[in-house]
Ligand binder design. Structure first.
Ligand SMILES: Nc1ncnc2c1ncn2[C@@H]1O[C@H](COP(=O)(O)OP(=O)(O)OP(=O)(O)O)[C@@H](O)[C@H]1O
Ligand SMILES: C[C@@](O)(CCOP(=O)(O)OP(=O)(O)O)CC(=O)O
Length: 407
Protein backbone atom coordinates (compact mmCIF):
# COMPACT_ATOMS: atom_id res chain seq x y z
CA UNK A 1 0.00 0.00 0.00
CA UNK A 2 1.20 3.51 -0.80
CA UNK A 3 -0.48 6.79 0.19
CA UNK A 4 0.44 10.26 -1.10
CA UNK A 5 -1.16 13.66 -0.47
CA UNK A 6 -0.72 16.88 -2.41
CA UNK A 7 -2.18 20.36 -2.71
CA UNK A 8 -2.52 22.48 -5.84
CA UNK A 9 -3.35 26.12 -6.56
CA UNK A 10 -6.02 27.99 -8.45
CA UNK A 11 -4.89 30.10 -11.41
CA UNK A 12 -6.53 33.18 -12.94
CA UNK A 13 -5.79 33.97 -16.58
CA UNK A 14 -4.69 37.45 -17.66
CA UNK A 15 -4.78 36.37 -21.33
CA UNK A 16 -7.76 34.03 -21.56
CA UNK A 17 -8.06 30.53 -22.97
CA UNK A 18 -11.38 30.18 -24.75
CA UNK A 19 -12.02 27.63 -27.49
CA UNK A 20 -10.56 24.29 -28.53
CA UNK A 21 -9.10 22.94 -31.77
CA UNK A 22 -9.64 19.44 -30.48
CA UNK A 23 -12.35 18.66 -27.93
CA UNK A 24 -10.99 15.27 -26.95
CA UNK A 25 -7.35 16.20 -26.39
CA UNK A 26 -8.33 19.71 -25.17
CA UNK A 27 -5.97 21.52 -27.55
CA UNK A 28 -6.59 25.27 -27.25
CA UNK A 29 -7.17 27.71 -30.13
CA UNK A 30 -4.71 30.20 -28.61
CA UNK A 31 -1.90 30.56 -26.08
CA UNK A 32 -2.95 31.85 -22.65
CA UNK A 33 -1.14 33.33 -19.63
CA UNK A 34 -2.19 33.16 -15.98
CA UNK A 35 -1.08 33.98 -12.46
CA UNK A 36 -0.99 31.11 -9.97
CA UNK A 37 -2.57 32.04 -6.62
CA UNK A 38 -1.01 31.15 -3.28
CA UNK A 39 -2.19 27.84 -1.83
CA UNK A 40 -2.27 29.50 1.64
CA UNK A 41 -5.74 30.91 0.90
CA UNK A 42 -7.20 28.63 -1.80
CA UNK A 43 -6.24 25.11 -2.78
CA UNK A 44 -7.40 21.67 -3.82
CA UNK A 45 -6.08 18.79 -1.75
CA UNK A 46 -5.88 15.20 -3.00
CA UNK A 47 -4.82 11.94 -1.36
CA UNK A 48 -4.27 8.81 -3.37
CA UNK A 49 -3.95 5.31 -1.91
CA UNK A 50 -2.68 2.50 -4.13
CA UNK A 51 -2.93 -1.12 -3.06
CA UNK A 52 -2.74 -4.55 -4.67
CA UNK A 53 -5.81 -5.42 -2.54
CA UNK A 54 -8.15 -2.79 -4.02
CA UNK A 55 -10.53 -4.25 -6.58
CA UNK A 56 -11.51 -1.04 -8.37
CA UNK A 57 -10.52 2.61 -8.78
CA UNK A 58 -12.66 4.94 -6.64
CA UNK A 59 -12.99 8.72 -6.28
CA UNK A 60 -14.46 10.90 -3.51
CA UNK A 61 -14.94 14.62 -4.12
CA UNK A 62 -15.56 16.82 -1.07
CA UNK A 63 -16.43 13.73 0.98
CA UNK A 64 -18.96 12.18 -1.46
CA UNK A 65 -18.21 9.27 -3.73
CA UNK A 66 -18.48 10.28 -7.41
CA UNK A 67 -18.08 8.23 -10.57
CA UNK A 68 -14.50 7.37 -11.49
CA UNK A 69 -15.76 6.79 -15.02
CA UNK A 70 -16.25 10.50 -15.84
CA UNK A 71 -14.34 10.67 -19.13
CA UNK A 72 -11.97 13.45 -18.03
CA UNK A 73 -10.98 11.66 -14.80
CA UNK A 74 -10.64 8.35 -16.66
CA UNK A 75 -8.35 9.84 -19.31
CA UNK A 76 -6.05 11.38 -16.66
CA UNK A 77 -5.70 8.03 -14.87
CA UNK A 78 -5.07 6.03 -18.04
CA UNK A 79 -2.53 8.56 -19.39
CA UNK A 80 -0.63 8.57 -16.08
CA UNK A 81 -0.51 4.75 -15.99
CA UNK A 82 0.55 4.60 -19.64
CA UNK A 83 3.36 7.10 -19.04
CA UNK A 84 4.55 5.25 -15.93
CA UNK A 85 4.70 2.01 -17.94
CA UNK A 86 6.63 3.71 -20.75
CA UNK A 87 9.11 5.24 -18.30
CA UNK A 88 9.30 1.99 -16.30
CA UNK A 89 8.37 3.98 -13.21
CA UNK A 90 6.27 2.93 -10.21
CA UNK A 91 6.97 -0.83 -10.53
CA UNK A 92 3.97 -3.04 -9.77
CA UNK A 93 1.95 0.01 -8.61
CA UNK A 94 1.10 0.72 -12.23
CA UNK A 95 -1.22 -2.32 -12.04
CA UNK A 96 -2.71 -1.52 -8.61
CA UNK A 97 -6.11 0.15 -8.23
CA UNK A 98 -6.33 3.61 -6.65
CA UNK A 99 -8.62 5.21 -4.11
CA UNK A 100 -8.56 8.98 -4.58
CA UNK A 101 -10.03 11.57 -2.19
CA UNK A 102 -10.09 15.21 -3.22
CA UNK A 103 -11.46 18.34 -1.61
CA UNK A 104 -11.34 22.10 -2.10
CA UNK A 105 -11.03 24.62 0.74
CA UNK A 106 -13.24 27.01 -1.29
CA UNK A 107 -16.58 26.53 -3.11
CA UNK A 108 -16.52 23.89 -5.89
CA UNK A 109 -18.02 24.70 -9.32
CA UNK A 110 -18.77 28.30 -8.30
CA UNK A 111 -16.63 29.90 -10.99
CA UNK A 112 -13.54 30.01 -8.75
CA UNK A 113 -11.47 27.69 -10.99
CA UNK A 114 -11.99 24.62 -8.81
CA UNK A 115 -11.62 22.36 -11.86
CA UNK A 116 -8.17 23.85 -12.58
CA UNK A 117 -6.94 23.29 -9.00
CA UNK A 118 -8.75 19.92 -8.77
CA UNK A 119 -7.37 18.25 -11.90
CA UNK A 120 -3.93 19.73 -11.37
CA UNK A 121 -3.88 18.27 -7.85
CA UNK A 122 -5.13 14.86 -8.96
CA UNK A 123 -2.54 14.57 -11.75
CA UNK A 124 0.34 15.99 -9.69
CA UNK A 125 -0.32 13.71 -6.70
CA UNK A 126 -0.77 10.51 -8.72
CA UNK A 127 2.30 11.35 -10.87
CA UNK A 128 4.32 11.68 -7.66
CA UNK A 129 2.95 8.39 -6.28
CA UNK A 130 3.97 6.62 -9.50
CA UNK A 131 7.47 8.15 -9.42
CA UNK A 132 6.92 10.35 -12.49
CA UNK A 133 8.50 13.78 -12.98
CA UNK A 134 5.58 16.07 -12.11
CA UNK A 135 7.03 18.93 -14.20
CA UNK A 136 6.46 16.77 -17.30
CA UNK A 137 2.75 15.98 -16.93
CA UNK A 138 0.96 19.30 -17.51
CA UNK A 139 -0.33 17.89 -20.82
CA UNK A 140 -2.14 15.21 -18.79
CA UNK A 141 -3.71 17.76 -16.39
CA UNK A 142 -4.82 19.64 -19.56
CA UNK A 143 -6.95 16.64 -20.50
CA UNK A 144 -8.83 16.97 -17.19
CA UNK A 145 -9.63 20.66 -17.74
CA UNK A 146 -7.68 22.89 -20.11
CA UNK A 147 -6.85 25.58 -17.56
CA UNK A 148 -5.62 22.89 -15.09
CA UNK A 149 -2.30 22.59 -16.97
CA UNK A 150 -1.41 26.13 -15.85
CA UNK A 151 -1.97 25.21 -12.17
CA UNK A 152 0.96 22.75 -12.41
CA UNK A 153 3.43 25.65 -11.97
CA UNK A 154 3.81 28.70 -9.73
CA UNK A 155 4.31 32.36 -10.68
CA UNK A 156 3.06 33.37 -14.11
CA UNK A 157 2.50 30.53 -16.53
CA UNK A 158 2.03 30.33 -20.30
CA UNK A 159 0.07 27.48 -21.90
CA UNK A 160 1.08 27.06 -25.52
CA UNK A 161 -1.26 26.05 -28.30
CA UNK A 162 -0.14 23.37 -30.75
CA UNK A 163 2.77 24.50 -32.97
CA UNK A 164 1.58 24.84 -36.59
CA UNK A 165 3.89 22.08 -37.89
CA UNK A 166 2.01 19.55 -35.75
CA UNK A 167 -1.43 20.66 -36.89
CA UNK A 168 -1.58 18.63 -40.12
CA UNK A 169 -3.86 15.70 -40.64
CA UNK A 170 -2.92 12.68 -42.72
CA UNK A 171 -4.22 12.49 -46.30
CA UNK A 172 -6.96 9.99 -45.44
CA UNK A 173 -8.23 12.43 -42.84
CA UNK A 174 -7.35 10.13 -39.95
CA UNK A 175 -4.53 11.17 -37.66
CA UNK A 176 -2.17 8.37 -36.76
CA UNK A 177 -1.86 7.33 -33.15
CA UNK A 178 1.68 8.66 -33.23
CA UNK A 179 0.67 12.13 -34.43
CA UNK A 180 -2.07 12.31 -31.78
CA UNK A 181 0.46 11.49 -29.07
CA UNK A 182 2.89 14.13 -30.36
CA UNK A 183 0.08 16.68 -30.56
CA UNK A 184 -1.00 15.93 -27.01
CA UNK A 185 2.51 16.24 -25.59
CA UNK A 186 3.24 19.46 -27.51
CA UNK A 187 0.55 21.64 -25.91
CA UNK A 188 1.76 22.13 -22.37
CA UNK A 189 2.31 24.79 -19.73
CA UNK A 190 5.55 26.38 -18.60
CA UNK A 191 6.47 28.92 -15.95
CA UNK A 192 7.50 32.22 -17.57
CA UNK A 193 7.93 34.32 -14.39
CA UNK A 194 8.73 32.84 -10.98
CA UNK A 195 6.62 33.74 -7.95
CA UNK A 196 9.66 35.46 -6.38
CA UNK A 197 10.45 37.63 -9.44
CA UNK A 198 7.53 40.02 -8.99
CA UNK A 199 6.99 39.31 -5.30
CA UNK A 200 4.84 42.39 -4.68
CA UNK A 201 2.02 41.20 -7.00
CA UNK A 202 -1.25 40.74 -5.06
CA UNK A 203 -4.68 39.40 -5.95
CA UNK A 204 -8.11 40.08 -4.47
CA UNK A 205 -11.06 37.90 -5.43
CA UNK A 206 -14.49 39.52 -5.11
CA UNK A 207 -17.10 36.81 -4.67
CA UNK A 208 -20.30 38.17 -6.14
CA UNK A 209 -23.46 37.36 -4.25
CA UNK A 210 -25.11 35.48 -7.09
CA UNK A 211 -23.99 32.02 -7.96
CA UNK A 212 -26.66 31.21 -10.54
CA UNK A 213 -25.26 28.44 -12.73
CA UNK A 214 -24.74 29.74 -16.24
CA UNK A 215 -23.34 28.06 -19.37
CA UNK A 216 -20.33 25.87 -18.53
CA UNK A 217 -16.96 26.95 -19.96
CA UNK A 218 -16.79 23.76 -22.02
CA UNK A 219 -20.16 24.36 -23.72
CA UNK A 220 -19.79 28.12 -23.95
CA UNK A 221 -16.43 28.04 -25.70
CA UNK A 222 -17.67 25.47 -28.18
CA UNK A 223 -20.55 27.75 -29.16
CA UNK A 224 -18.25 30.78 -29.44
CA UNK A 225 -15.83 29.01 -31.81
CA UNK A 226 -18.78 28.03 -34.03
CA UNK A 227 -20.61 31.36 -34.18
CA UNK A 228 -18.53 34.42 -33.26
CA UNK A 229 -16.74 36.35 -36.00
CA UNK A 230 -15.16 38.67 -33.44
CA UNK A 231 -13.60 35.54 -31.90
CA UNK A 232 -11.82 34.69 -35.19
CA UNK A 233 -10.17 38.11 -35.09
CA UNK A 234 -9.29 37.62 -31.42
CA UNK A 235 -7.61 34.25 -31.93
CA UNK A 236 -5.65 35.04 -35.08
CA UNK A 237 -4.77 38.70 -34.66
CA UNK A 238 -5.19 39.98 -31.11
CA UNK A 239 -4.03 37.21 -28.76
CA UNK A 240 -0.69 36.30 -30.43
CA UNK A 241 0.51 39.90 -30.19
CA UNK A 242 -1.03 40.41 -26.74
CA UNK A 243 0.77 37.37 -25.29
CA UNK A 244 4.14 38.77 -26.40
CA UNK A 245 3.35 42.19 -24.93
CA UNK A 246 2.17 40.56 -21.70
CA UNK A 247 5.41 38.57 -21.35
CA UNK A 248 7.42 41.76 -21.88
CA UNK A 249 5.32 43.66 -19.31
CA UNK A 250 5.87 40.85 -16.78
CA UNK A 251 9.61 40.72 -17.44
CA UNK A 252 9.90 44.49 -17.07
CA UNK A 253 7.54 44.58 -14.04
CA UNK A 254 5.58 47.22 -15.95
CA UNK A 255 2.34 47.21 -13.94
CA UNK A 256 0.47 49.81 -16.02
CA UNK A 257 0.91 47.78 -19.24
CA UNK A 258 0.22 44.48 -17.44
CA UNK A 259 -3.00 45.92 -15.99
CA UNK A 260 -4.24 47.45 -19.24
CA UNK A 261 -3.64 44.22 -21.20
CA UNK A 262 -5.36 42.19 -18.47
CA UNK A 263 -8.48 44.39 -18.48
CA UNK A 264 -8.62 44.59 -22.27
CA UNK A 265 -8.30 40.83 -22.59
CA UNK A 266 -11.08 40.19 -20.07
CA UNK A 267 -13.29 42.71 -21.88
CA UNK A 268 -12.62 41.12 -25.26
CA UNK A 269 -13.28 37.62 -23.93
CA UNK A 270 -16.69 38.77 -22.62
CA UNK A 271 -17.35 40.66 -25.87
CA UNK A 272 -16.78 37.37 -27.73
CA UNK A 273 -19.25 35.70 -25.37
CA UNK A 274 -21.84 38.37 -26.27
CA UNK A 275 -20.97 37.91 -29.96
CA UNK A 276 -21.74 34.19 -29.59
CA UNK A 277 -25.11 33.19 -31.01
CA UNK A 278 -27.24 32.76 -28.95
CA UNK A 279 -25.21 35.08 -26.70
CA UNK A 280 -23.58 34.01 -23.44
CA UNK A 281 -23.64 36.44 -20.51
CA UNK A 282 -21.31 35.69 -17.62
CA UNK A 283 -20.91 39.14 -16.02
CA UNK A 284 -23.85 40.61 -14.11
CA UNK A 285 -24.72 44.13 -12.89
CA UNK A 286 -22.39 43.79 -9.89
CA UNK A 287 -19.53 42.72 -12.19
CA UNK A 288 -20.11 45.82 -14.32
CA UNK A 289 -20.21 48.00 -11.20
CA UNK A 290 -16.79 46.57 -10.23
CA UNK A 291 -15.45 47.50 -13.69
CA UNK A 292 -16.67 51.09 -13.28
CA UNK A 293 -15.28 51.22 -9.73
CA UNK A 294 -11.80 50.10 -10.86
CA UNK A 295 -11.62 52.63 -13.69
CA UNK A 296 -12.79 55.39 -11.36
CA UNK A 297 -10.30 54.31 -8.67
CA UNK A 298 -7.46 54.41 -11.20
CA UNK A 299 -8.50 57.84 -12.45
CA UNK A 300 -8.64 59.35 -8.95
CA UNK A 301 -5.45 57.55 -7.87
CA UNK A 302 -3.70 59.18 -10.83
CA UNK A 303 -2.50 56.01 -12.58
CA UNK A 304 -3.36 52.39 -13.35
CA UNK A 305 -3.09 50.83 -9.89
CA UNK A 306 -5.60 47.99 -10.20
CA UNK A 307 -6.71 45.59 -12.96
CA UNK A 308 -9.89 43.51 -13.08
CA UNK A 309 -10.46 40.24 -14.87
CA UNK A 310 -13.55 37.99 -15.04
CA UNK A 311 -13.74 34.31 -15.95
CA UNK A 312 -16.88 32.41 -16.94
CA UNK A 313 -18.95 33.86 -14.09
CA UNK A 314 -19.73 37.13 -12.29
CA UNK A 315 -16.87 37.00 -9.72
CA UNK A 316 -14.11 39.58 -10.17
CA UNK A 317 -10.41 39.01 -9.72
CA UNK A 318 -8.30 42.11 -9.08
CA UNK A 319 -4.54 42.20 -9.70
CA UNK A 320 -2.60 45.00 -7.94
CA UNK A 321 0.73 45.70 -6.24
CA UNK A 322 1.20 45.29 -2.50
CA UNK A 323 1.49 49.03 -1.78
CA UNK A 324 -1.93 49.68 -3.38
CA UNK A 325 -3.81 47.04 -1.37
CA UNK A 326 -4.68 48.97 1.84
CA UNK A 327 -6.15 51.94 -0.08
CA UNK A 328 -7.98 49.70 -2.54
CA UNK A 329 -9.47 47.61 0.29
CA UNK A 330 -10.63 50.58 2.36
CA UNK A 331 -12.18 52.22 -0.74
CA UNK A 332 -13.78 48.98 -1.91
CA UNK A 333 -15.33 48.27 1.49
CA UNK A 334 -16.70 51.82 1.53
CA UNK A 335 -18.30 51.61 -1.92
CA UNK A 336 -19.32 47.92 -1.75
CA UNK A 337 -20.33 47.55 1.94
CA UNK A 338 -20.82 44.14 3.52
CA UNK A 339 -24.31 42.91 4.24
CA UNK A 340 -25.39 43.82 7.79
CA UNK A 341 -26.19 40.12 8.28
CA UNK A 342 -22.70 38.85 7.50
CA UNK A 343 -21.45 36.54 10.28
CA UNK A 344 -17.97 35.79 8.89
CA UNK A 345 -15.14 38.21 8.02
CA UNK A 346 -15.88 40.25 4.89
CA UNK A 347 -12.20 40.38 3.91
CA UNK A 348 -10.50 36.98 4.26
CA UNK A 349 -6.92 35.89 3.72
CA UNK A 350 -3.79 38.09 3.77
CA UNK A 351 -4.01 40.88 6.32
CA UNK A 352 -2.58 44.41 6.05
CA UNK A 353 -1.80 46.52 9.11
CA UNK A 354 -2.73 49.95 7.70
CA UNK A 355 -6.28 51.16 6.96
CA UNK A 356 -5.99 54.44 5.07
CA UNK A 357 -9.01 56.69 4.55
CA UNK A 358 -10.93 55.60 1.46
CA UNK A 359 -10.42 57.48 -1.80
CA UNK A 360 -13.40 59.68 -2.64
CA UNK A 361 -14.74 58.70 -6.05
CA UNK A 362 -16.94 61.59 -7.25
CA UNK A 363 -18.36 59.71 -10.25
CA UNK A 364 -19.11 56.42 -8.49
CA UNK A 365 -22.20 55.92 -6.35
CA UNK A 366 -21.86 53.68 -3.26
CA UNK A 367 -23.55 50.35 -3.94
CA UNK A 368 -26.23 48.68 -1.77
CA UNK A 369 -24.84 46.53 1.06
CA UNK A 370 -24.31 42.83 0.36
CA UNK A 371 -23.69 42.89 -3.42
CA UNK A 372 -20.39 41.16 -2.68
CA UNK A 373 -20.54 38.06 -0.50
CA UNK A 374 -16.90 38.25 0.64
CA UNK A 375 -13.38 39.11 -0.53
CA UNK A 376 -10.34 36.82 -0.60
CA UNK A 377 -7.05 38.66 -0.27
CA UNK A 378 -4.13 36.61 -1.63
CA UNK A 379 -0.94 36.76 -3.70
CA UNK A 380 0.93 35.00 -6.49
CA UNK A 381 2.28 31.71 -5.17
CA UNK A 382 4.04 28.49 -6.00
CA UNK A 383 2.88 25.36 -7.81
CA UNK A 384 1.52 22.09 -6.36
CA UNK A 385 3.28 20.45 -3.40
CA UNK A 386 3.43 17.00 -1.83
CA UNK A 387 2.63 17.07 1.89
CA UNK A 388 3.52 13.55 2.94
CA UNK A 389 5.71 14.59 5.86
CA UNK A 390 2.81 16.22 7.76
CA UNK A 391 1.34 13.65 10.21
CA UNK A 392 -2.37 12.71 9.95
CA UNK A 393 -2.72 14.77 6.82
CA UNK A 394 -4.06 12.17 4.41
CA UNK A 395 -7.70 12.29 3.28
CA UNK A 396 -7.71 8.52 2.89
CA UNK A 397 -6.89 5.92 5.55
CA UNK A 398 -4.87 2.67 5.48
CA UNK A 399 -8.02 0.76 4.51
CA UNK A 400 -8.49 3.04 1.50
CA UNK A 401 -11.59 4.71 2.99
CA UNK A 402 -12.01 8.51 3.14
CA UNK A 403 -11.06 10.23 6.39
CA UNK A 404 -13.22 13.08 7.63
CA UNK A 405 -12.79 16.35 5.79
CA UNK A 406 -9.86 18.15 7.31
CA UNK A 407 -9.51 21.53 5.65
N1 LIG B 1 -10.66 18.78 -6.02
C1 LIG B 1 -11.15 18.28 -7.15
N2 LIG B 1 -10.75 17.05 -7.55
C2 LIG B 1 -11.20 16.51 -8.71
N3 LIG B 1 -12.09 17.14 -9.51
C3 LIG B 1 -12.53 18.35 -9.14
C4 LIG B 1 -12.08 18.98 -7.96
N4 LIG B 1 -12.67 20.18 -7.87
C5 LIG B 1 -13.47 20.31 -8.94
N5 LIG B 1 -13.38 19.21 -9.72
C6 LIG B 1 -14.13 18.95 -10.97
O1 LIG B 1 -14.43 20.19 -11.56
C7 LIG B 1 -15.86 20.35 -11.67
C8 LIG B 1 -16.21 21.81 -11.50
O2 LIG B 1 -15.79 22.48 -12.65
P1 LIG B 1 -16.51 23.80 -13.21
O3 LIG B 1 -15.74 24.22 -14.42
O4 LIG B 1 -17.98 23.57 -13.27
O5 LIG B 1 -16.34 24.82 -11.99
P2 LIG B 1 -15.17 25.81 -11.64
O6 LIG B 1 -13.86 25.23 -12.07
O7 LIG B 1 -15.29 26.17 -10.18
O8 LIG B 1 -15.57 27.06 -12.49
P3 LIG B 1 -14.80 27.78 -13.71
O9 LIG B 1 -14.12 26.71 -14.56
O10 LIG B 1 -15.90 28.50 -14.44
O11 LIG B 1 -13.82 28.71 -13.06
C9 LIG B 1 -16.41 19.47 -10.57
O12 LIG B 1 -17.74 19.10 -10.83
C10 LIG B 1 -15.45 18.28 -10.65
O13 LIG B 1 -15.76 17.42 -11.71
C1 LIG C 1 -12.76 31.61 -18.82
C2 LIG C 1 -11.62 30.63 -18.51
O1 LIG C 1 -11.56 30.46 -17.11
C3 LIG C 1 -11.93 29.33 -19.21
C4 LIG C 1 -11.48 28.09 -18.49
O2 LIG C 1 -12.03 26.98 -19.13
P1 LIG C 1 -11.87 25.49 -18.54
O3 LIG C 1 -10.42 25.15 -18.40
O4 LIG C 1 -12.71 25.35 -17.31
O5 LIG C 1 -12.51 24.68 -19.74
P2 LIG C 1 -12.35 23.16 -20.17
O6 LIG C 1 -11.01 23.02 -20.86
O7 LIG C 1 -13.48 22.88 -21.11
O8 LIG C 1 -12.42 22.33 -18.90
C5 LIG C 1 -10.35 31.28 -19.07
C6 LIG C 1 -9.02 30.72 -18.60
O9 LIG C 1 -8.92 30.17 -17.49
O10 LIG C 1 -8.04 30.91 -19.38
Amino acid sequence: MKICTGIAPVNIAVIKYWGKKDEKLILPMNDSISGTLSTDEMHAKTSVALSPDFTEDKLWLNGKEVSIHQPRVAVCLSELRKLAQQKKSGGDMVHWKMHICSENNFPTAAGLASSAAGYSCLVFTIAHALGLDSSQVSHIARQGSGSACRSMFGGFVRWRALPSELEGKQSDGEESEDLRRKQSEASNAEQIISEAYWGSMRVIILVVNDQAKSTSSTDGMQRTTLTSTLYTHRVHTVVPERCERMETALNEKDFATFAQLTMQDSNQFHACCLDTYPPIVYMNDTSHAVVRFVHEFNTVAGGTKVAYTFDAGPNACLYLLEDSVPLLLSTLVQYFPASSEISVPYVRGLKYSTTPSPLQLPSFTPQPAGLLQYLISTRIGSGPKILDDIPNNHLVNEQGAPNHLTS
